[in-house]
Design a protein around this ligand. Structure first.
Ligand SMILES: Cc1ncc(C[n+]2csc(CCOP(=O)(O)OP(=O)(O)O)c2C)c(N)n1
Ligand code: SF4
Length: 317
């Protein structure tokens, strides 16, 4: 496992995901990807589901990827990387690898649409079969690449293009699906949540290094604030991610061997959820008097989930 040292050292790692891509200024996807691919010195094979990351990082004849990279459909990033990993194993068995002294690791990236929803079947299957790969969900809580439709990661009350706010609607009606726990329930040896940049940069880089070096299927759910669809200024991306953690809207934790849960960060003083919601235009309608109950519901859900995590950690089961 690569040792993640100081920020200065890490920032000087030769970049395997280059600038010059077409992601929006302030897009968290590139921050997350850069940290993940730079968290190992091993060779990498990467598959990327269709979505903002894929569309913006490989516009022919240009590419940001300085690793072996597969562009695959919206729904099958996990199946593609599982196939590549199985082929690599088969070639090694037959002694047909050109550089058999080099270690190769397999990583897939997908948005929440490509992971929580349409790619879930291929992800679940690849994990259940025990392929050796890391899957990173870039969770921006909507289908950003096609105009900001809701996904099963969209939280209650959020305005999206398919759950628009208005006279008769307060936005998304459902609670966000708990995909991190669902992946842990598959018995993955390592599952974690993470956010990009900020004072938690090392948390993400260390989790990526740990996941990549773990044998078997591993999963990181990385919250990816989306300046365009969440409606905040591009320079506020890191602050929004920090607020998600400081309010416990998106707690940082990891689960080993499907059950052993560790909380990686405890806010000194948990901030009220209004601080997170109020920083994003997609929730601005929740501050009208008639929608006050949704903010209360949000706070209730956040508090319950935070208690649940602490009880699970304490129980150590
Ligand atoms: C089978 C299929 N259905 C729909 C699409 C159209 N499509 C391409 S990207 C995308 C949304 C991607 O959303 P998400 O996975 O959340 O990633 P994001 O763009 O938000 O990073 C959709 C619906 C497609 N490419 N293939
Ligand atoms: S729409 Fe959102 S996810 Fe897509 S590139 Fe822009 S900021 Fe990133």
């Amino acid at each position: 496992m690569k040792k993640i040292g100081s920020l200065k050292e890490f920032a000087c790692t030769p970049d395997r995901f280059q600038g010059g891509h077409r992601l929006c200024p302030g897009c968290a996807h590139s921050m997350i990807v850069r940290e993940v691919v730079n968290a190992t010195d091993d060779d990498l094979v990467i598959s990327t589901a269709t979505g903002c990351l894929e569309v913006c990082s490989a516009i022919y004849p240009y590419t940001s990827w300085d690793v072996s990279w597969i562009h695959i459909g919206f729904e099958n990033a996990a199946a593609a990387i599982a196939g590549a990993e199985a082929m690599h194993k088969a070639l090694a068995r037959k002694d047909r690898l050109y550089n058999d002294d080099r270690r190769v690791k397999f990583v897939a990236f997908g948005g929440d649409g490509g992971t929580y929803d349409i790619g879930f079947q291929s992800l679940s299957g690849a994990v259940e079969r025990g392929h050796d790969f890391l899957y990173v969900c870039l969770d921006n809580e909507n289908y950003a690449n096609t105009g900001g439709q809701r996904s099963s990661a969209t939280p209650i009350g959020a305005h999206t293009s398919t759950t628009p706010r208005g006279r008769v609607s307060y936005g998304e009606k459902q609670r966000k699906k708990d995909l991190t726990m669902i992946m842990a329930a598959h018995g993955c040896p390592y599952v974690a949540t993470a956010i990009p940049g900020s004072k938690h940069w090392k948390d993400l880089a260390t989790k990526a290094a740990k996941a990549i070096s773990t044998v078997g299927p591993t999963f990181i759910n990385a919250l990816s604030p989306c300046t365009t669809e969440w409606k905040f200024k591009p320079e506020d991306t890191v602050e929004i991610a920090d607020l998600a953690v400081e309010t416990c809207a998106f707690p940082l934790y990891e689960i080993e061997d499907g059950h052993k849960l560790t909380i990686n960060y405890r806010p000194k003083q948990k901030l009220p959820i209004e601080e997170y919601l109020g920083a994003q235009g997609r929730f601005s309608h929740l501050f009208k008097p008639e929608n006050k109950w949704i903010i209360e519901e949000w706070q209730k859900q956040v508090d319950e989930y935070w208690d649940y995590l602490q009880r699970r950690e304490e129980a150590g089961v």
